[in-house]
Write a protein that binds this ligand. Sequence first.
Ligand SMILES: Nc1ncnc2c1ncn2[C@@H]1O[C@H](COP(=O)(O)OP(=O)(O)OP(=O)(O)O)[C@@H](O)[C@H]1O
Length: 327
Amino acid sequence: MDATIEVRGLRKQFGQTVAVDGLTFTVEPGQVTGFVGPNGAGKSTTMRAVLGLEAPDAGETLIGGRRYAELRTPLHEVGALLDASALHPGRRGRDHLLWLAHSHGIPRRRVDAVIEQVGLGSAARRRAGGYSLGMQQRLGIAAALLGDPPVLMFDEPVNGLDTDGIRWIRGFLRALAREGRAVLVSSHLMSELEDSADHLVVIGRGRLVADTSVARLLATASGDRVALRTSARTQSMSLLAKEGAKVAADGRDSLTVTGLPAERITALLGAAGIPFSEVRAHRATLEEAYMELTRDAVEFQAVAAAEPDAEPAAAPAAPSSPAAEEA
Ligand SMILES: Nc1ncnc2c1ncn2[C@@H]1O[C@H](COP(=O)(O)OP(=O)(O)OP(=O)(O)O)[C@@H](O)[C@H]1O
Protein backbone atom coordinates (compact mmCIF):
# COMPACT_ATOMS: atom_id res chain seq x y z
CA MET A 1 0.00 0.00 0.00
CA ASP A 2 1.04 3.64 -0.50
CA ALA A 3 2.31 5.13 2.74
CA THR A 4 0.13 8.22 2.59
CA ILE A 5 -2.55 10.00 4.53
CA GLU A 6 -5.00 12.00 2.44
CA VAL A 7 -7.42 14.46 3.97
CA ARG A 8 -9.89 15.71 1.39
CA GLY A 9 -12.37 18.48 2.05
CA LEU A 10 -12.78 17.31 5.65
CA ARG A 11 -15.43 19.08 7.69
CA LYS A 12 -16.51 18.29 11.23
CA GLN A 13 -18.82 20.28 13.44
CA PHE A 14 -19.67 19.74 17.11
CA GLY A 15 -22.87 21.65 17.88
CA GLN A 16 -22.10 25.26 17.04
CA THR A 17 -18.33 24.64 16.87
CA VAL A 18 -16.83 24.01 13.45
CA ALA A 19 -13.74 22.04 14.43
CA VAL A 20 -12.52 21.27 10.89
CA ASP A 21 -13.66 23.37 7.98
CA GLY A 22 -12.97 21.98 4.51
CA LEU A 23 -9.42 20.78 5.17
CA THR A 24 -7.37 19.20 2.37
CA PHE A 25 -3.77 17.98 2.51
CA THR A 26 -1.63 14.89 1.87
CA VAL A 27 1.04 13.38 4.09
CA GLU A 28 3.76 11.85 1.93
CA PRO A 29 6.00 8.87 2.75
CA GLY A 30 9.64 9.27 3.73
CA GLN A 31 9.24 12.50 5.62
CA VAL A 32 8.03 13.94 8.89
CA THR A 33 5.06 16.23 8.35
CA GLY A 34 4.42 18.66 11.17
CA PHE A 35 0.75 19.42 11.76
CA VAL A 36 0.74 22.82 13.42
CA GLY A 37 -1.91 25.15 14.75
CA PRO A 38 -3.00 26.85 17.96
CA ASN A 39 -4.97 24.99 20.62
CA GLY A 40 -8.41 24.17 19.29
CA ALA A 41 -7.38 24.55 15.63
CA GLY A 42 -8.72 21.10 14.76
CA LYS A 43 -5.59 18.93 14.75
CA SER A 44 -6.87 16.17 17.04
CA THR A 45 -10.26 16.09 15.34
CA THR A 46 -8.53 15.62 11.98
CA MET A 47 -6.36 12.80 13.32
CA ARG A 48 -9.34 11.15 14.96
CA ALA A 49 -11.21 11.35 11.66
CA VAL A 50 -8.29 9.65 9.87
CA LEU A 51 -8.56 6.82 12.40
CA GLY A 52 -12.30 6.50 11.92
CA LEU A 53 -13.01 7.83 15.42
CA GLU A 54 -14.97 10.83 14.12
CA ALA A 55 -17.46 10.60 11.28
CA PRO A 56 -16.89 13.53 8.89
CA ASP A 57 -19.82 15.83 8.11
CA ALA A 58 -18.26 16.24 4.68
CA GLY A 59 -15.16 15.09 2.84
CA GLU A 60 -13.10 12.00 3.56
CA THR A 61 -9.81 10.77 4.93
CA LEU A 62 -7.76 7.99 3.37
CA ILE A 63 -4.83 5.87 4.49
CA GLY A 64 -2.95 4.40 1.55
CA GLY A 65 -5.96 5.25 -0.61
CA ARG A 66 -8.54 3.57 1.62
CA ARG A 67 -10.83 4.69 4.41
CA TYR A 68 -9.90 3.41 7.87
CA ALA A 69 -13.00 1.19 7.99
CA GLU A 70 -11.82 -0.52 4.80
CA LEU A 71 -8.41 -1.47 6.16
CA ARG A 72 -8.14 -5.21 6.59
CA THR A 73 -5.33 -5.17 9.13
CA PRO A 74 -5.43 -1.64 10.60
CA LEU A 75 -2.60 -2.09 13.11
CA HIS A 76 -0.30 -3.10 10.24
CA GLU A 77 -1.33 -0.15 8.10
CA VAL A 78 -1.45 2.78 10.51
CA GLY A 79 -0.09 3.34 14.01
CA ALA A 80 -1.17 6.22 16.17
CA LEU A 81 -0.53 7.82 19.52
CA LEU A 82 -3.40 10.14 20.41
CA ASP A 83 -3.40 10.19 24.20
CA ALA A 84 -0.42 8.66 25.98
CA SER A 85 -2.12 8.80 29.38
CA ALA A 86 -4.95 6.52 28.24
CA LEU A 87 -3.50 3.52 30.06
CA HIS A 88 -4.76 1.10 32.66
CA PRO A 89 -2.71 2.20 35.71
CA GLY A 90 -2.64 -1.29 37.23
CA ARG A 91 -1.37 -2.98 34.09
CA ARG A 92 2.32 -3.43 33.40
CA GLY A 93 3.57 -1.72 30.25
CA ARG A 94 4.60 -4.98 28.61
CA ASP A 95 1.25 -6.60 29.43
CA HIS A 96 -0.52 -3.66 27.81
CA LEU A 97 1.44 -4.33 24.63
CA LEU A 98 1.01 -8.11 24.89
CA TRP A 99 -2.73 -7.72 25.18
CA LEU A 100 -2.81 -5.42 22.14
CA ALA A 101 -0.52 -7.73 20.16
CA HIS A 102 -2.54 -10.82 21.08
CA SER A 103 -5.80 -9.23 19.98
CA HIS A 104 -4.26 -8.58 16.55
CA GLY A 105 -2.37 -11.85 16.09
CA ILE A 106 1.02 -10.18 16.51
CA PRO A 107 3.75 -12.46 17.94
CA ARG A 108 5.15 -11.91 21.44
CA ARG A 109 8.69 -11.33 20.12
CA ARG A 110 7.46 -8.23 18.31
CA VAL A 111 6.39 -6.82 21.70
CA ASP A 112 9.91 -7.18 23.05
CA ALA A 113 11.34 -5.71 19.85
CA VAL A 114 9.28 -2.51 20.11
CA ILE A 115 10.01 -2.20 23.83
CA GLU A 116 13.71 -2.20 22.94
CA GLN A 117 13.14 0.15 20.01
CA VAL A 118 11.56 2.83 22.20
CA GLY A 119 14.07 2.33 25.00
CA LEU A 120 11.53 1.32 27.62
CA GLY A 121 13.66 -1.64 28.78
CA SER A 122 13.06 -2.88 32.31
CA ALA A 123 10.39 -0.20 32.93
CA ALA A 124 8.12 -2.22 30.65
CA ARG A 125 7.69 -4.72 33.50
CA ARG A 126 6.46 -2.01 35.91
CA ARG A 127 2.86 -0.91 36.34
CA ALA A 128 1.87 1.92 34.01
CA GLY A 129 0.32 3.85 36.93
CA GLY A 130 3.86 4.74 38.08
CA TYR A 131 5.06 5.88 34.66
CA SER A 132 6.40 9.36 34.02
CA LEU A 133 4.93 11.25 31.08
CA GLY A 134 8.01 10.36 29.03
CA MET A 135 7.58 6.67 29.76
CA GLN A 136 3.89 6.87 28.88
CA GLN A 137 4.83 8.45 25.55
CA ARG A 138 7.38 5.73 24.85
CA LEU A 139 4.82 3.02 25.64
CA GLY A 140 2.26 4.74 23.39
CA ILE A 141 4.80 4.91 20.58
CA ALA A 142 5.68 1.25 21.10
CA ALA A 143 1.99 0.40 20.74
CA ALA A 144 1.76 2.42 17.52
CA LEU A 145 4.75 0.51 16.12
CA LEU A 146 3.52 -2.98 17.04
CA GLY A 147 2.17 -3.77 13.58
CA ASP A 148 5.19 -2.17 11.85
CA PRO A 149 2.86 0.18 9.92
CA PRO A 150 4.01 2.40 7.04
CA VAL A 151 1.85 5.28 8.28
CA LEU A 152 2.23 6.84 11.74
CA MET A 153 0.42 9.65 13.53
CA PHE A 154 1.42 11.22 16.82
CA ASP A 155 -0.73 13.86 18.50
CA GLU A 156 1.44 16.31 20.49
CA PRO A 157 4.03 13.64 21.37
CA VAL A 158 6.48 16.04 22.99
CA ASN A 159 3.92 17.93 25.07
CA GLY A 160 5.23 18.11 28.63
CA LEU A 161 8.47 16.22 27.97
CA ASP A 162 11.87 17.28 29.27
CA THR A 163 14.73 18.22 26.93
CA ASP A 164 16.10 14.67 26.73
CA GLY A 165 12.66 13.29 25.95
CA ILE A 166 12.10 15.89 23.24
CA ARG A 167 15.50 15.19 21.69
CA TRP A 168 14.83 11.47 21.72
CA ILE A 169 11.42 11.83 20.04
CA ARG A 170 12.80 14.15 17.34
CA GLY A 171 15.52 11.68 16.41
CA PHE A 172 13.07 8.80 16.56
CA LEU A 173 10.57 10.51 14.23
CA ARG A 174 13.32 11.27 11.74
CA ALA A 175 14.50 7.65 11.81
CA LEU A 176 10.96 6.38 11.18
CA ALA A 177 10.63 8.70 8.17
CA ARG A 178 14.03 7.60 6.85
CA GLU A 179 12.64 4.07 6.76
CA GLY A 180 10.13 5.36 4.21
CA ARG A 181 7.15 5.80 6.51
CA ALA A 182 4.71 8.68 6.37
CA VAL A 183 4.90 10.39 9.77
CA LEU A 184 2.36 13.01 10.84
CA VAL A 185 3.12 14.76 14.12
CA SER A 186 1.01 17.52 15.60
CA SER A 187 2.08 20.39 17.79
CA HIS A 188 0.70 23.76 18.83
CA LEU A 189 4.27 25.09 19.05
CA MET A 190 6.34 25.47 15.92
CA SER A 191 9.56 25.40 17.94
CA GLU A 192 8.82 21.80 18.94
CA LEU A 193 9.11 20.78 15.29
CA GLU A 194 12.46 22.45 14.74
CA ASP A 195 14.96 19.80 13.64
CA SER A 196 12.38 17.12 13.02
CA ALA A 197 9.78 18.18 10.43
CA ASP A 198 10.53 18.17 6.69
CA HIS A 199 7.12 19.42 5.70
CA LEU A 200 4.48 21.51 7.46
CA VAL A 201 0.72 21.63 7.32
CA VAL A 202 -0.38 24.72 9.25
CA ILE A 203 -4.02 25.12 10.23
CA GLY A 204 -6.08 27.72 12.07
CA ARG A 205 -9.75 27.42 12.99
CA GLY A 206 -10.03 24.16 11.08
CA ARG A 207 -8.75 25.68 7.83
CA LEU A 208 -5.53 25.26 5.91
CA VAL A 209 -3.12 28.16 6.36
CA ALA A 210 -0.04 26.68 4.69
CA ASP A 211 1.15 23.42 3.18
CA THR A 212 4.86 23.82 2.54
CA SER A 213 8.25 22.21 2.91
CA VAL A 214 10.28 23.50 5.86
CA ALA A 215 13.14 24.39 3.48
CA ARG A 216 10.93 26.55 1.32
CA LEU A 217 9.30 28.23 4.31
CA LEU A 218 12.69 29.08 5.80
CA ALA A 219 14.07 30.32 2.48
CA THR A 220 11.07 32.61 2.01
CA ALA A 221 11.24 33.90 5.57
CA SER A 222 15.00 34.43 5.38
CA GLY A 223 14.52 36.53 2.25
CA ASP A 224 17.62 38.21 0.88
CA ARG A 225 18.51 39.87 4.17
CA VAL A 226 22.12 40.25 5.20
CA ALA A 227 23.31 41.13 8.69
CA LEU A 228 26.19 43.59 8.70
CA ARG A 229 28.31 44.57 11.69
CA THR A 230 30.37 47.74 11.27
CA SER A 231 31.69 50.59 13.37
CA ALA A 232 31.08 52.92 10.38
CA ARG A 233 27.32 52.63 10.37
CA THR A 234 26.37 55.91 8.70
CA GLN A 235 28.98 55.59 5.94
CA SER A 236 27.87 52.02 5.23
CA MET A 237 24.22 52.99 5.14
CA SER A 238 24.71 55.73 2.57
CA LEU A 239 27.05 53.63 0.39
CA LEU A 240 24.74 50.62 0.30
CA ALA A 241 21.62 52.73 -0.16
CA LYS A 242 23.28 54.36 -3.18
CA GLU A 243 23.76 50.84 -4.60
CA GLY A 244 20.03 50.25 -4.33
CA ALA A 245 19.88 48.29 -1.04
CA LYS A 246 17.38 48.89 1.74
CA VAL A 247 19.29 49.34 4.97
CA ALA A 248 17.88 49.30 8.49
CA ALA A 249 19.79 49.97 11.68
CA ASP A 250 19.30 47.26 14.33
CA GLY A 251 21.76 48.41 16.94
CA ARG A 252 24.77 50.64 17.54
CA ASP A 253 26.96 48.73 15.09
CA SER A 254 24.60 46.40 13.31
CA LEU A 255 22.59 46.84 10.14
CA THR A 256 20.19 44.67 8.16
CA VAL A 257 20.69 45.02 4.43
CA THR A 258 18.06 43.87 1.94
CA GLY A 259 18.50 43.70 -1.82
CA LEU A 260 22.22 43.00 -2.17
CA PRO A 261 23.97 39.65 -1.78
CA ALA A 262 26.57 39.27 0.98
CA GLU A 263 29.47 38.98 -1.51
CA ARG A 264 28.53 42.27 -3.21
CA ILE A 265 28.27 44.03 0.16
CA THR A 266 31.71 42.76 1.16
CA ALA A 267 33.18 43.94 -2.16
CA LEU A 268 31.58 47.39 -1.95
CA LEU A 269 32.68 48.01 1.64
CA GLY A 270 36.18 46.72 0.87
CA ALA A 271 36.54 48.95 -2.18
CA ALA A 272 35.38 51.99 -0.20
CA GLY A 273 37.73 51.18 2.68
CA ILE A 274 34.85 50.95 5.17
CA PRO A 275 35.68 48.67 8.13
CA PHE A 276 33.32 45.81 9.00
CA SER A 277 33.59 42.82 11.27
CA GLU A 278 30.75 40.62 9.97
CA VAL A 279 28.67 40.16 6.82
CA ARG A 280 26.27 37.24 7.16
CA ALA A 281 23.24 36.10 5.15
CA HIS A 282 20.26 36.00 7.54
CA ARG A 283 18.77 32.58 8.26
CA ALA A 284 15.31 32.70 9.77
CA THR A 285 14.36 30.28 12.53
CA LEU A 286 11.25 28.17 12.13
CA GLU A 287 9.62 30.26 14.85
CA GLU A 288 10.30 33.51 12.93
CA ALA A 289 9.00 31.94 9.74
CA TYR A 290 5.85 30.86 11.54
CA MET A 291 5.28 34.32 13.00
CA GLU A 292 5.63 35.82 9.54
CA LEU A 293 3.43 33.19 7.98
CA THR A 294 0.68 33.65 10.52
CA ARG A 295 0.91 37.44 10.94
CA ASP A 296 -2.21 38.40 9.08
CA ALA A 297 -4.30 35.26 9.01
CA VAL A 298 -7.84 35.76 10.14
CA GLU A 299 -7.87 32.19 11.42
CA PHE A 300 -5.08 32.90 13.89
CA GLN A 301 -6.42 36.30 14.96
CA ALA A 302 -9.73 34.69 15.72
CA VAL A 303 -8.14 31.97 17.81
CA ALA A 304 -5.91 34.49 19.58
CA ALA A 305 -8.90 36.67 20.44
CA ALA A 306 -10.84 33.69 21.71
CA GLU A 307 -7.91 32.47 23.81
CA PRO A 308 -6.26 35.36 25.62
CA ASP A 309 -4.02 32.92 27.46
CA ALA A 310 -2.85 31.21 24.31
CA GLU A 311 0.89 30.58 24.15
CA PRO A 312 2.97 33.04 22.13
CA ALA A 313 3.18 30.83 19.06
CA ALA A 314 -0.58 30.54 19.03
CA ALA A 315 -1.34 34.20 19.53
CA PRO A 316 -0.10 35.78 16.31
CA ALA A 317 -2.07 35.71 13.26
CA ALA A 318 -1.74 34.05 9.74
CA PRO A 319 -1.36 35.05 6.10
CA SER A 320 -3.97 37.18 4.42
CA SER A 321 -4.53 34.48 1.89
CA PRO A 322 -4.00 30.85 2.80
CA ALA A 323 -0.74 29.89 1.17
CA ALA A 324 -1.08 26.35 -0.02
CA GLU A 325 2.21 26.01 -1.88
CA GLU A 326 3.87 23.05 -3.52
CA ALA A 327 3.11 19.49 -2.70
N1 LIG B 1 -16.13 15.84 21.04
C1 LIG B 1 -16.20 17.17 20.95
N2 LIG B 1 -17.30 17.83 21.35
C2 LIG B 1 -17.41 19.18 21.26
N3 LIG B 1 -16.42 19.98 20.79
C3 LIG B 1 -15.28 19.38 20.40
C4 LIG B 1 -15.11 17.96 20.46
N4 LIG B 1 -13.87 17.66 20.00
C5 LIG B 1 -13.29 18.83 19.66
N5 LIG B 1 -14.14 19.87 19.90
C6 LIG B 1 -13.87 21.27 19.63
O1 LIG B 1 -13.40 21.37 18.30
C7 LIG B 1 -12.35 22.33 18.20
C8 LIG B 1 -11.10 21.67 17.67
O2 LIG B 1 -10.59 20.81 18.66
P1 LIG B 1 -9.30 19.90 18.45
O3 LIG B 1 -9.11 19.14 19.73
O4 LIG B 1 -9.45 19.13 17.22
O5 LIG B 1 -8.16 20.98 18.27
P2 LIG B 1 -6.59 20.81 18.42
O6 LIG B 1 -6.00 21.63 17.34
O7 LIG B 1 -6.24 19.39 18.48
O8 LIG B 1 -6.30 21.52 19.78
P3 LIG B 1 -5.31 21.09 20.98
O9 LIG B 1 -3.95 21.51 20.53
O10 LIG B 1 -5.84 21.90 22.10
O11 LIG B 1 -5.48 19.62 21.17
C9 LIG B 1 -12.21 22.92 19.59
O12 LIG B 1 -12.96 24.09 19.66
C10 LIG B 1 -12.76 21.84 20.48
O13 LIG B 1 -13.27 22.40 21.68
